[in-house]
Design a protein around this ligand. Structure first.
Ligand code: CP3
Length: 343
C-alpha cells in the first residue's frame, strides 16, 4: 500500500491535499470546459479517473483520491442534485422518510455505478500510489439534504434535529446504512483507504455531537472493519475542538484528519491509540504562500514529528491557489530535516 507502510520513515513523509483535483489546476479547468458540468465529469469514469490522476502526474503525491462528491448519495436516494457555477450544490425535494426507508439501497447505488468504474480504472493505473475512496458522514450529508445546498447559518438542519429529533435519527439511520454499502462497494472496486468527511460536525452541541457525529461514524467504522479488517479508515470530524477526544475514544479509526484547532492532548492520545494524524496546513495560508507559509509548514512538521503523520491541509484547496505554492510546499516537506531540533 505504497508509502503508508513506511509511515515511520520521517524522511519520507506521505503527502496529499484535500481537494487536490479541481479548479486551481489549469488541466482540470480545460477538461471541465470540454466535458460539461461537474456531475457529468463525476459520472464519466475515464474522465473522472484522468482528473483523479492530474495532481499525481503534476506533483507526484502519494495518494490518489477518487474524483467524485459526497452528494452523490442524496442523488442515489432520489434527491435531485445540481452544481451551479459559483453557487455550489442545489438539492431538490426530499422524499418522505417512509418511502426512503423502503428503498433497496443496493439498487439505489446502481444509479452511481460510474463511481465504482472510476475506481476500477484507478486501480489499474495507480502503480505504487495508495487509492482513497470516500463518503460524507451521515450528519454532513443530512445537512445538505435538509438545507438543500450550502448554508451559512445551518438554521434548517439545526431546527430539524431539535424539533424533529426522531425523524433526524431515522434519516441518519438511512444514511449510515447506505454509506456502509457504498464504502464496501468502493473497497471491492479498488479503494485501499476510506475517508469519511464530517465537514459540519463542529456546529453541534456536545449531546447532539454524540448522537449525530460519534454514533454514525462509529457505526460506519465498525461495519467496515468487520468486513475488511485490513482497510485503513480515515475520519474527519471537522471543527470538533475538544470533542475530538471523545470521538477517538469511540471511533477506532486508523487515521484522523485534523484541522487547525485541535486540543493539545490529541497528539498523546493519538499515539496511545496508534492513530495516524493527517493535516493540517490552512488552505488560506497555502493560497497566500511566501515566508508565512514556509514557516507554518515547518512548524507543522515539527509539531507532528513524534506522531505518525500524513501531511495534508485542514480543509480543501481553494480554487484560486497558485500551483507554485503546492510545488513549494512539497519541496519544503521533502527537504525538511527532522533531526534538527528547531522548527
Ligand atoms: O478531495 C478531492 O480531490 C476529491 C474530490 C472531492 C470533491 N468534493 C470534489 C469537488 C471530495 C472528497 C469532495 C468532498 C465534499 N464535497 C465535501 C467534504 C469535504 C469538504 O470540502 O468539506 C463537501 C462538504 C462537498 C460538497 C460540495 N461539493 C460543495 C459544498 C461544493 C461547492 C463548493 C465548491 O468548492 O465548489 C462541491 C463541489 C465540488 N466538489 C467541486 C469539486 C472539485 C467543485 C466543482 C467544480 O468544478 O465546479
Amino acid at each position: 500500500m505504497g508509502k503508508i507502510l513506511r509511515i515511520n520513515d520521517k524522511n519520507n513523509i506521505p503527502i496529499w491535499f484535500m481537494r487536490q483535483a479541481g479548479r486551481y489546476l489549469p488541466e482540470y479547468r480545460r477538461l471541465r470546459e470540454k466535458k460539461g458540468s461537474f456531475l457529468e465529469l463525476c459520472f464519466d469514469p475515464e474522465t473522472a479517473a484522468e482528473v483523479s490522476l492530474q495532481p499525481i502526474k503534476r506533483f507526484d503525491l502519494d495518494f490518489i483520491i477518487l474524483f467524485s462528491d459526497i452528494l452523490v448519495i442524496p442523488y442515489a436516494l432520489g434527491q435531485d442534485l445540481q452544481f451551479i457555477e459559483g453557487e455550489g450544490p442545489i438539492l431538490g425535494d426530499l422524499m418522505d422518510l417512509e418511502k426512503l426507508e423502503k428503498l433497496n439501497f443496493d439498487k439505489c447505488l446502481k444509479k452511481i455505478n460510474p463511481v465504482f468504474e472510476t475506481l476500477g480504472i484507478l486501480k489499474q493505473k495507480k502503480k505504487s500510489k495508495t487509492l482513497i475512496g470516500f463518503c460524507g458522514a451521515p450528519f454532513t450529508v443530512m445537512n445538505y439534504m435538509i438545507e438543500r445546498g450550502t448554508s451559512v447559518s445551518h438554521k434548517k438542519i439545526l431546527d430539524f434535529i431539535r424539533r424533529h429529533e426522531r425523524k433526524a435519527e431515522r434519516l441518519i439511520h438511512i444514511l449510515q446504512e447506505i454509506s456502509v454499502l457504498y464504502l464496501r462497494k468502493q473497497i471491492k472496486a479498488g479503494a485501499e483507504i476510506i475517508k469519511v468527511f464530517d465537514s459540519w460536525a463542529g456546529i453541534l452541541s456536545e449531546k447532539e455531537y454524540e448522537k449525530f457525529v460519534i454514533l454514525p461514524n462509529k457505526y460506519i467504522n465498525d461495519e467496515i472493519k468487520k468486513s475488511y479488517p485490513n482497510i485503513k479508515t480515515t475520519f474527519f470530524p471537522r471543527q470538533s475542538g475538544r470533542k475530538v477526544l471523545k470521538f477517538i475514544e469511540q471511533v477506532q479509526c486508523d487515521i484522523l484528519s485534523v484541522d487547525e484547532k485541535y486540543p493539545k492532548e490529541l497528539k498523546k492520545e493519538a499515539k496511545k491509540r496508534d492513530i495516524i494524524l493527517q493535516g493540517n496546513l490552512s488552505p488560506e495560508i497555502l493560497l497566500t504562500g511566501g515566508s508565512k507559509m514556509e514557516k507554518k509548514i515547518k512548524e507543522i512538521l515539527f509539531d507532528f514529528s513524534k506522531n505518525k503523520h500524513i501531511f495534508n491541509l485542514s480543509h480543501g484547496v481553494l480554487p484560486k491557489t497558485p500551483v507554485h505554492n503546492i510545488n513549494k510546499t512539497i519541496d519544503i516537506i521533502r527537504n525538511y530535516e527532522f533531526n534538527k531540533s528547531t522548527s
